[in-house]
Design a protein around this ligand. Structure first.
Ligand code: LLP
Length: 429
């Protein structure tokens, strides 16, 4: 459930007409709903209760400070993968001990920054990284709390580009090597072993792969404990999928995911950490665009809009589907015609929907891409020198710009022409 609904024929974000935001902010823009963020976070809380748990929001899904702060206020921790995300989580008010630092390629500088503020957990992904973290921690006279991220070799049955739990993926320590790496970690004075971590992929629409992975985690935990390794935390990653197509899809509910967690690892008495991103922010956000032209092609009609692949890259990158709805509610029973919805960028991959049955959309009409709150704004760029898409947050009848669209002056000022290049108007001849 989300809070983007038609009222009196006009799409609203909570109590605010989307058209009012468009009039104030211009298009295209992203818009998130506070009420939906809160609801999704509470679904995970209810799902894991009463087990001792920490919900570390995966900042990569939507890294806006206002979004992180909204979740931090509810008690969320943060799953981060870079110093930039560390700084964002801290700036948004996440307590350092509630921060989990994941990622296969943490640099010594990033480790130092995280140790300086005292993050609660490093998810270490290799023996090599363990050595590096030990060295940095020793040089600072501290101990780094770690879990090893294990690779359970489970097929998450999701898009190949967002699968992480198979042995050919770059992620995690191979399952069979894990006991040896734990033994090495136990002998390192700069390392404090606290648990086991796993994350098998994103947009999972079936619980079976989670079950297989969590059972492997339980098996490893028992084995490690019998070897004398302290395992007091289990970090089960993120990955629960969301319905992108409202009519056809019904991915598992957080409640059932929570029940599965309790069934597979609940009896181990460990603190449970999860790292959800998409499920919290995905359906809490929309991308709003305006139609520029309707163009008649040789064999099809194109709706050309002012948003493009630089603003929302998921369809171009993962062939992903986003429901498209007009901001003015179509009449009941209005005719639908197949159109290609495309952006203005000079690439054939700048396509949002192919032969999608949509009600008539005219030039200047506003349209909305639903389920755009996760991996939307964060993956945007200024390709084709299009200003970075702005972000809006709604709460009840209020809305505010939480990231402004840069001006062209600001964009140009970031570049520098060296003196030795000179300027055409100064060049001889
Ligand atoms: N934890 C780790 C270690 C991760 O790598 C990820 C996502 C998450 C948690 C959060 O997963 P979620 O709950 O959001 O599924 N750009 C792609 C998704 C990439 C996901 C990367 N890792 C997309 O647009 O679908």
């Amino acid at each position: 459930m989300d809070h983007f609904l038609y009222r009196n024929g006009a799409l609203h974000a909570e109590d605010v007409p989307v058209a009012d935001i468009a009039a104030a902010a211009g298009t295209p823009f992203y818009c998130s709903s506070t009420a939906t963020l809160e609801r999704h976070f509470s679904l995970f809380e209810e799902a894991l209760s009463p087990a001792q748990n920490l919900i570390c929001y995966a900042v990569k899904a939507n890294a806006n400070l206002a979004v992180i702060a909204t979740l931090a206020r509810l008690g969320a921790g943060a799953d981060i993968v870079s110093e930039g995300e560390l700084r964002r989580a801290l700036a948004a008010g996440v307590a350092p001990e509630k921060i989990v630092f994941a990622g296969v390629g943490k640099t010594p500088e990033e480790m130092r920054a995280a140790l300086e503020v005292g993050v609660g957990q490093f998810n270490v992904e290799s023996g090599e990284e363990l050595e590096a973290l030990n060295a940095v921690a020793l040089s600072m006279g501290v101990r780094a709390p770690i879990t090893l991220r294990v690779n359970p070799d489970v097929d998450p049955k999701t898009h190949a580009k967002i699968s992480t739990g198979k042995s050919e993926n770059k992620f995690g320590v191979p399952f069979d090597q894990a006991p040896n790496v734990y033994a090495r970690a136990m002998a390192m004075p700069g390392i404090e072993v606290i648990g086991v971590a796993v994350h098998i992929g994103s947009q999972l629409t079936d619980l079976a792969p989670f079950e297989a992975a969590f059972e492997r985690v339980a098996e490893l935990t028992r084995r490690l404990r019998s070897d004398g390794v302290t395992i007091r935390r289990l970090d089960l990653g993120g990955g629960l999928g969301i319905p992108y197509q409202r009519v056809n899809e019904a991915p598992p509910l957080p409640f059932d995911y929570g029940a599965l967690i309790k069934r597979t690892v609940g009896d181990l008495g460990a603190e449970l950490v999860i790292e959800p991103g998409r499920l919290i922010v995905g359906n809490a956000g929309i991308l709003v665009a305006k139609t520029i032209y309707r163009k008649q092609g040789a064999d099809r009609e194109f709706v050309i809009i002012d948003a493009a692949m630089n603003d929302l890259i998921r369809p171009a990158m993962y062939d992903s589907w986003h429901d498209i709805v007009p901001v003015v509610e179509p009449e009941a029973g209005a005719a639908r015609l197949p159109v290609d919805v495309v952006g203005p960028i000079c690439e054939s991959s700048d396509v949002f929907a192919v032969q999608r049955d949509l009600p008539l959309i005219r030039p200047d009409d506003l349209i909305v891409f639903r389920s755009a709150g996760a991996y939307g704004a964060v993956m945007s760029s200024e390709y084709n020198s299009r200003p970075l898409v702005p972000e809006i947050l709604v709460s009840g009848d209020r809305f505010e710009i939480i990231r402004a669209r840069p001006t062209f002056d600001e964009m140009l000022k970031r570049d520098h022409i060296p003196d030795w290049v000179g300027r055409v108007d100064e060049a001889d001849g």
